[in-house]
Structure formats: C-alpha cells, structure tokens
Design a protein around this ligand. Structure first.
Ligand SMILES: Cc1cc2nc3c(=O)[nH]c(=O)nc-3n(C[C@H](O)[C@H](O)[C@H](O)COP(=O)(O)O)c2cc1C
Ligand code: SF4
Length: 461
C-alpha cells in the first residue's frame, strides 16, 4: 500500500500563475512527457501505462493501457483518439478545472496517446456549457500548433498529430462513449449497439479509443516520472493519485488531489469536516449513478476494489457527503428526476421507467405514498437494471435500490406520516399522477401534512 492522504501530482501546476500559457507551462516541466514518448516505440508507451496500472477516470475504471492495446492497428483505416470532456455526472467537477487551469496538460496527453496508438488525429469532445474551459483549450491548441507540438512535425520528430476541439450541446447521454461518437459525427447523440466496440469500429467506423480527460492527462506524468513514482500512491490494484470532487455537507467542498486508498472518513476531514458539526449520515462515492452507502462505510479505503466490495462504485471520484438533516428520499428523488430528464428515449425500460420512478418518489415525498410503493420502486428498478440499452438506465436505479437497502425506515416514515419528516415542503407545481381503473392516469394534488415537523425518524439525530 502506497501513501494515502493529500497528493500533489497532476494538480501541482494549478497554483502556478498563468500556467495556461505555453511559456509558463514549459517552465514547469511542460511537454517533457511528450519528449520521453517520442523516444519510445508505441507498444512501449502502452506497456508503461499498463505497468503503472492506470485505470480509467471516466466512470468504469477500465485499465487504460489495456484499452489502448485493443485498438485495431491493421485495418488500413485511420485511428482516432477521442477525449471525453463532457463531464456530466452530477457531483463531478474535476475535468473542467483541469482544462481551465492547466490545459496544455491535456493537449500533451492527447499527443502522447496519439503516438501510442499510431493515430494522427485526435478530438476533444467538450461540454458546450464549459465556456471558460473551451476558451482555454482553444488557446492551448492554437499555441501548441504555433510552437510545433501539434501538426505535421511534432517537436521536429517527423511525426504528425492534429487535434480538434469539438463543443457538444450539453446532453448527459453524450458522455456515454458511443453516443459521444454519434454526436461527434453530427448525428443525434444516442448510444450505439455493441459489439462492435469503438476499438474496432468507432468514429466514422474507424478504430477509436475514447478516454476521460483525467486518464489522458495522467499519461505524460507517468512517462516523465516513471511507474514507481505513480505507484507511490494507492494500492496494487488502484495505484496513483485521484482528482477528487468532494461536495455536499462538508465545510470546504471542492477539488482535492488525494492518493487512492485514503478512506472516505479521512476525505471528509480533508474537506474540513462536517458542516455545522452535523452527523455524517450517508454518501455517494462516485457520482449520483453510484449506489449510496451509509456513514458506517466511511472507513472504507477509496479504491476501485474496496468501494466495490462495500457495495458501490468509485465512478468518477465525485464524493458527495450528506448529514443527518438531509432526507435520503428527497436526495434520491432529485437524482431520479435528473436521469428521467436525461434519458435519451432510445429504449423503453429507461424512457418509461424513469418517468414512473420519478412519479412514485414524488408521490412518497408529497404525502401520497403507499406502503406497496416500496415494492413497486424495487420492481420498476429490477425491470430497468440489466434491461436497458446503456448504462444510464442501470445508473438511474442505483441510488433507489441502495437507499431502499440502507434507509428503508426513512421511506416508511414518509409514508406513515404522509409528509416529509425532514420538513421538505412539497412543490405545488409537481404533477403527481396515479393510474386510474379505466387506464391512463390523473393528477393528484400534494397531501396536506398530517404530523408536526419535528417528529424524529430513524437516522435523524
Ligand atoms: C450516461 C453516461 C454518461 C457518461 N458521461 C461521461 C463523461 O461525462 N465523461 C467521461 O469521461 N465518461 C463518461 N461516461 C463513461 C464513458 O462512456 C467512457 O466509459 C469513458 O469516457 C471512458 O474513459 P476512461 O476509460 O478513461 O474512463 C459516461 C457513461 C454513461 C453511461
Ligand atoms: S438506457 Fe436510457 S439513455 Fe441509455 S439508450 Fe436507453 S433510453 Fe437512452
């Protein structure tokens, strides 16, 4: 086990004044990883990334080196490297700061990735709303062309690499890698059937890799400083530092670089401890599509394997912390409304199921809930999970199923009291619907609260 706690590796330049400018970047080790890469065979670059044990930072944690080795080299078609800079998962805010503070880090990573894959064209698919990051990235790409790091003769090596910045229109589904590729091709962003996987048939039906910003930006550091340097942090299966997004009810929410293997409780302390000295109640380990865990699982080391053993996923590194004054039901209802809204509509379980899950959760929260709604929630989730076309459907069910597992009492209390025991006022503009016997559904007004606001419930201090 390597060092734990705060790390200063990929973010060490964030505090350097003006490092988004290429001259300042060059004064701070800039393009040194690329210099090393240019001396290496493509397969050696991939082997080094494999030895470092770098796992994808975009959500699934797939080993980056292995992913690169799957990209078909013998098709005679161009090979593309695509950077997923869509960063849409609620709670996630690590890629945008990286691109705003240190954009050349990503440009350098893209060129190194291009060398490793024998690709001469890369794309950065950037969320359209990220205006400032977009300006910074566009300026960095321009400067890299002007200084000969991009273009026909990368650093005088005779090797070519071109990089295009593409701004998306801001749909969560366009972060899913195959929907992203459709969007990049100018189509409506919806997931593709797999196989074929992008490594065989991706952008314009050519071999393609899609990687997260943080995964790509890590590679020049690994080449520049070596595998042992990278492995000084983390564990055997989850080595390296991680850019963390710590949010919610902590005193100092924000972006922290932390060694993998640091426990969740330690990260709460790193972020200043619980806000207003409240009691830590539950957390979302890696974005709102990862199963929530109770605070009793706070001693779990933050690694891919340990979080999975605890029943959740590391996801994007978006650690959301909640206290005893927060309603699990309200939190899960808000997440579910997001997924309902962002469902692309391609497959029935997610498109229809998302709507009904939101309806049932609103019904419970507004005091119209019934005890059999809990089984109904579980049943709808069971019909979405594993039956949807892409992982958005599965992710939609995670907070619901996990909250029913860990905080069922709180749902029961909402239903029994006919109101939110946390004093959450039902929104009068909600249209809560119910099936009618003749088919169809009709709106039901929110119920009038029947119990005083200060009735304690399980899990509440
Ligand atoms: C609905 C959905 C949204 C996603 N959004 C993102 C995203 O914004 N950024 C990202 O890097 N990966 C996102 N992913 C994961 C990508 O599909 C893909 O696994 C990832 O970009 C691979 O990069 P990595 O191997 O470096 O982790 C999303 C997946 C799904 C199902
Ligand atoms: S699971 Fe949802 S987002 Fe994914 S294809 Fe189906 S409808 Fe679209």
């Amino acid at each position: 086990m390597g060092a734990t706690g705060l790390a200063s590796a990929m973010s060490y330049r964030y505090d350097v004044e003006g490092v988004h400018d290429i001259d300042v970047y060059l004064e701070h080790d800039g393009y040194e990883g690329l210099r090393v890469a240019l001396e290496m065979e493509p397969s050696a670059i991939i082997d080094t990334v494999k030895e470092a044990g770098l796992r994808g930072r975009g959500g699934a944690g797939f080993p980056t080196g292995m992913k690169w080795s799957f990209v078909a080299q013998d098709t005679g078609k161009p090979i593309y490297i695509v950077c997923n800079a869509d960063e849409g998962e609620p709670g996630t805010f690590k890629d945008r700061p990286l691109m705003e503070e240190d954009p050349h880090q990503l440009v350098e990573g893209m060129i190194v990735g291009g060398l490793a894959l024998n690709s001469v064209q890369g794309y950065i698919y950037l969320r359209g709303e990220f205006r400032h990051a977009g300006r910074r990235m566009a300026a960095a790409v321009r400067q890299a062309y002007e200084r000969g790091y991009l273009g026909a003769d990368v650093m005088g090596s005779g090797r070519r690499f071109d990089l295009t910045l593409h701004r998306g229109a801001g749909a969560y589904i366009c972060g899913e890698e195959t929907a992203l590729l459709d969007s990049l091709e100018g189509k409506r962003g919806q997931p593709r059937l797999r196989p074929p996987f992008p490594a065989a048939k991706g952008l314009y039906s050519c071999p393609t890799t899609v990687n997260n910003v943080e995964s790509i930006a890590a590679v020049p550091f690994i080449l520049r400083h070596g595998v042992d340097w990278w492995r000084q942090w983390g564990t055997e299966k989850s080595p390296g530092p991680k850019l963390m997004c710590i949010s919610g009810e902590v005193k100092n929410p924000g972006n922290y670089e932390v060694a993998l293997g640091t426990t969740v409780d330690e990260m709460v302390e790193i972020a200043g401890g619980m806000l207003d000295e409240r009691e830590f109640k539950f957390y979302c380990p890696g974005g709102s599509s990862t199963p929530i865990l109770p605070a009793s699982a706070g001693s779990v080391p933050y690694t891919f394997e340990d979080i999975m053993e605890a029943g959740s996923l590391l996801g994007t590194g978006a650690l959301m912390i909640y206290s005893d004054r927060t309603s699990v039901v309200s939190t899960v209802r808000r997440f579910t409304e997001f997924y309902e809204h962002e469902s692309c509509g391609k497959c029935t379980p997610c498109r229809e199921g998302g709507y009904w899950l939101s309806q049932i959760l609103r019904r419970i929260e507004t005091g119209n809930g019934r005890m059999d709604d809990l089984d109904l929630l579980q049943d709808v989730c069971d019909n979405i999970f594993g039956r949807s076309f892409c992982a958005l459907g599965d992710g939609m069910t995670s907070p619901i199923v996990s909250s029913l597992e860990h905080f069922r009492d709180e749902y029961v209390e909402h239903i029994k009291q006919g109101r939110s025991p946390f004093g959450v006022e039902p929104r009068r503009d909600w249209k809560v619907t119910e099936f009618t016997h003749g088919g169809g559904y009709e709106p039901v007004p929110p119920a009038t609260p029947t119990a005083p606001v200060d009735v304690p419930v399980a899990g509440q201090a």
